[in-house]
Design a protein around this ligand. Structure first.
Ligand code: TYD
Length: 216
């Protein structure tokens, strides 16, 4: 089992995960904790290479199952090379996306089926699940508008999917909230960043009482 704490942040495009993760990490560090922030797909060289294959805008012919398998492969390598060692040494790991992304995007939105996608991911992650998952919920159109306004954000193959696809992603997360009510907490990400941050921080303090308390 984890000596540290494994937290994942999930959500649709433009839900503000990156900003939230940066602020959470700074707060934990100010409290004297060692925090590792990382992202999927990517986070280490092998997984970054797989990421560029998956997200390449020219790869329009990519089959849905291929996509799911590549995400699972990137996940496996990232988990064993980066996440597990950090957890085993007692760190807090905050990961931008994890298995729930595959369940919502490939399983539900792409229509591969959540159970089928869960099976390949079970093989990839064995029993390493996060203790807490924050789901940043935002109206897909509002999220896409946000990323279109951000000046230097890369636009990848999945960003180019239709609004209907992103609506299905949100629906998929809704199903996951029902499936894992203990682990996943939904947060309204349509609000001001500061408000979202305060909500998530108090939620974490509440959930992991002793662990997050200041050491300094
Ligand atoms: P990224 O630019 O990191 O997007 P975001 O900032 O929204 O996290 O690109 C990752 C894309 O890959 C994003 O569209 C979600 C998608 N994705 C899946 O479809 N399945 C997965 O398992 C993961 C991890 C990501």
């Amino acid at each position: 089992m984890n000596k540290g704490i494994f937290i994942t942040i999930e959500g649709g495009e433009g839900s503000g995960k990156t900003t939230l993760i940066e602020r959470l990490a700074h707060t934990m560090q100010d409290r004297g904790r060692t925090v590792l922030t990382t992202r999927e797909p990517g986070g280490i060289p092998i997984a970054e290479k797989i990421r560029s294959v998956i997200l390449d805008r020219e790869h329009t012919e990519m089959d849905g199952r291929t996509e799911a398998l590549l995400y699972a492969a990137a996940r496996r390598q990232h988990l064993t090379e980066k996440v597990i060692p950090a957890l085993d040494s007692g760190q807090i790991v905050i990961c931008d996306r994890f298995v729930d992304s595959s369940l919502a995007y490939q399983g539900h939105a792409r229509g591969l089926g959540m159970d089928a996608v869960w099976e390949i991911n079970r093989f990839a992650i064995e029993d390493r699940m996060p203790q807490l998952t924050i789901y940043m919920d935002i109206d897909p159109q509002a999220g896409l508008d946000r990323i279109n306004q951000a000046a230097n954000r890369e636009v990848n193959r999945l960003d180019l999917e239709s609004l209907a696809f992103h609506e299905r992603v949100r629906e998929g997360y809704g199903l996951l909230l029902e499936r894992y009510p203990e682990r996943i907490v939904k947060v309204d990400a349509g609000r001001e960043a500061e408000e979202v941050f305060q909500t998530v921080l108090s939620l974490m303090d509440d959930r992991f009482k002793g662990f997050f308390a200041s050491r300094v």
